[in-house]
Design a binder for this molecule. Structure first.
Ligand SMILES: [Zn+2]
Length: 310
């Protein structure tokens, strides 16, 4: 009997020793940036993965069965919120048949909670014209400070779901915020020489960045978010750009570069491909490297040093 107890005890010790090999929380997100923040806040207790890739348009992700399967066993799902993922998440979440991460369940997180939302519509909202920003601009992850709000929020959620590691989550979120503050100084200095400079972007996904770094969102290649341009609109925009000396057109890898290059050519400027989401271009694996590359690309374009993809 004694030896049985002893061998049971030994097996228990062996199990406990093996435990750290497994992450405590499986986290899935709708955006690569959210997965990056979740991983940095969760540290060794979390494995985080994003359903949308950095080179895919986060508004329009195909709701494939493989995505549903990928979140079948997730403990937490982090949505961008503000309807950025409203075109596909309402199909993917129920398709996962995972009760832990459905809206309203403790494992579902709306990452926009607590973020200062820009371009909130006043009055009644009509989706009739296809506008994909009906609740305000959902691209807050282009502002490093907004990611601090997300990090603090995720630390709270992870602590609630995994109380034994709460102190680690709080410490990781604090370290994240401090690293953002230090990096922000560096990024602001890089953009400072171009303060007030106007830029055109394909989609209205740059307003938070523009606001944080003191740039001017002059116009968008799309007449409305989610609506592709027509020749008349592009010709008017290029005339306005010429008149106001606007030289830089920015677009993400998932947009058609042709109208961007046309506009830039007519205005005598450059069209530059940028990543506003982690993984959009090489070397942007986490949110810090994303901002390093993004800030350098934008500063380079505004200085006229880069030819971009003219
Ligand atoms: Zn958008």
């Amino acid at each position: 009997m004694k030896s049985l107890v002893r061998s049971l005890f030994v097996s228990m010790i062996a199990l406990l020793a093996a435990a750290p090999a497994f992450a405590d929380l499986r986290v899935a997100t709708s955006l690569t940036d959210l997965a990056s923040v979740a991983q940095l806040v969760g540290g060794k207790h979390v494995t985080a993965q994003s359903l949308c890739r950095g080179y895919e348009d986060p508004h329009f992700v195909p709701a494939k069965p493989s995505l549903m399967k990928a979140i079948q066993h997730a403990d937490v799902f982090v949505s961008v919120g503000l309807e950025l993922d409203a075109g596909w998440l309402p199909l993917v979440l129920p398709g996962s048949r995972n009760p832990k991460i459905q809206p309203g369940a403790p494992g579902f997180v709306d990452a926009s909670e607590g973020v200062n939302v820009l371009e909130k519509p006043s009055g009644t909202v009509s989706r009739a014209e296809g506008d994909v920003h009906p609740l305000g601009n959902p691209h807050y992850y282009t502002d490093p400070k907004a990611l601090e709000v997300v990090a603090d929020h995720l630390a709270e959620v992870f602590s609630r779901l995994d109380p034994p590691n709460a102190a680690d989550y709080a410490a990781n979120a604090k370290a994240f915020d401090e690293r953002i503050e230090a990096s922000l100084e560096k990024w602001k200095n890089q953009i400072a020489p171009y303060k007030g400079a106007p830029v055109v972007t394909y989609h209205k996904n740059f307003v938070y960045f523009a606001e944080r770094f003191g740039l001017k969102q002059f116009g968008t290649v799309e007449p409305k978010p989610g609506i592709p341009p027509n020749p008349r609109y592009l010709s008017d925009l290029s005339e306005r750009m010429k008149k106001e000396d606007v030289k830089v057109v920015l677009y993400q890898p998932y947009y058609n570069p042709d109208p961007c290059n046309q506009l830039a050519k007519r205005a005598g400027g450059v069209a530059v491909k940028i990543a506003t989401e982690c993984g959009g271009v090489p070397g942007t694996d986490d949110v810090f490297s994303k901002f390093d590359v993004l800030v350098s690309s934008v500063a380079g374009a505004l200085s006229g040093r880069t030819g971009g993809s003219r």
